[in-house]
Write a protein that binds this ligand. Structure first.
Ligand code: F0G
Length: 352
């Protein structure tokens, strides 16, 4: 088979690009759909993980960023800007570096994971840490700057981003031969759940799938505006990627939930961390905390008897665990010290 050419070339006829659009790509997409044995056993379903941490910058954001950056460069942009809880800024910085344009990112001070900040730094982004606001305030600022100054906005309020992100649904349908019964994922700014719904809807209309899945979205309990039905002024969660109180794609996400006969529910930080640990410990997949929210929600629903067995379920795990390693070892690690001595090592391992 031919080598993978990245999201724009692989899905060109279903994306808002023309023959003249310069393609800015890191060959993102084509991520693994991994059967999840432990989750399947616990739910009585066939559960798969769509491992989006396998994208070039370690999150699903690259799917949208390749399209947004290509379109922006095609329109003559010399600089791009975004607000971010970390992953969008990492992706924007990398794709801007690739395109040879400047990037600026607005992030909430002290509230983005170290690995993500490092990515923005090494890719040469100009980083502004907003001192008196969270992601929501950063987004207001980014929008205003893009309206008043010559800098292209690459947040998901730019509809081109969602067009790129919808391609993950196409890949799921292609891998399974149809849409799943249920699709679980974390919800923050609510772009991704909306993008998957666009993708599934298009694939269904095109005859590639016989059905559309129920969309089950999960927010962190301290940042769950779609659950309460009103913006959360001071969102709080250890899952900093989804620490968002007023999602930009609110209406689209509610439509995806309702049209799919789905749900948006809250999971606690404790449930998120337990799901992160289970994914690492039992499935061999290390994801950042926010990424585990979809799995946490699936397990919570299973415990409440709200998951019918025998279904095919896909959980998107959105970002790589290495971006935010602190939660993997909250108390630090204490490896056993041994000399270069097989006897001592064997004793320490309980082998002798
Ligand atoms: N998971 C991860 C790892 C994320 O980084 C995000 C969003 C989400 C889930 C939620 O997706 O916003 O489309 O509902 N991160 C954005 C950012 C906000 O700035 O990186 P969503």
């Amino acid at each position: 088979t031919a080598p993978w050419r990245g999201v724009v070339e692989e899905f060109r006829d279903r994306l808002p690009v023309t023959a003249d659009t310069p393609v800015v790509t890191l060959l993102e997409g084509n991520t693994p759909l991994v059967p999840a044995g432990e989750l399947s056993a616990r739910t009585g379903c066939d559960v798969y993980l769509k491992v989006e941490g396998a994208n070039p910058t370690g999150s699903f954001k690259d799917r949208g960023m390749t399209v947004a950056m290509s379109v922006a460069i095609g329109e003559g942009a010399k600089a791009v800007i975004c607000a971010s809880t970390g992953n969008t800024s990492a992706s924007a910085a990398a794709y801007a570096a690739r395109a040879g344009v400047r990037s600026a990112v607005l992030v909430p001070q002290g509230k983005i994971a170290t690995g993500k900040l490092a990515q923005a730094v090494i890719h040469g982004a100009t980083i502004l840490q907003v001192t008196d606001g969270g992601f929501d305030e950063c987004l207001v600022l980014a929008r205003e700057l893009s309206e008043r100054f010559p800098v292209a906005l690459v947040n998901s309020v730019n509809p081109v981003r969602l067009q790129g992100q919808k391609t993950a649904a196409f890949e799921v349908v292609a891998a399974l031969g149809d849409a799943p019964d249920v699709h679980c994922l974390p919800v923050g700014n609510a772009g991704n759940v909306s993008a998957y719904w666009i993708g599934y809807t298009e694939d269904h209309a095109a005859g590639n799938a016989t059905r559309r899945p129920r969309m089950w979205g999960f927010q962190a309990a301290g940042a769950a505006p779609l659950v309460s039905g009103q913006p959360v002024p001071n969102p709080e969660t250890i899952a900093t990627a989804i620490r968002i109180g007023n999602p930009a794609s609110w209406a689209l996400a509610v439509a995806a939930r309702d049209e799919s006969d789905g749900v948006v529910e809250a999971v606690t930080d404790q449930q998120i961390l337990a799901a992160q640990r289970l994914l690492a410990d039992r499935e061999g997949v290390f994801v950042e905390p926010a990424s585990a929210a979809g799995v946490a929600g699936l397990l919570a629903r299973t415990e409440r008897g709200e998951v019918d067995p025998g279904q095919r379920i896909v959980c998107t795990v959105t970002g790589h665990g290495l971006k935010d390693p602190q939660w993997a070892m909250p108390e630090g690690v204490q490896p056993v010290a041994v000399p270069v001595d097989a006897g001592a090592a064997a004793a320490a391992l309980g082998l002798a």
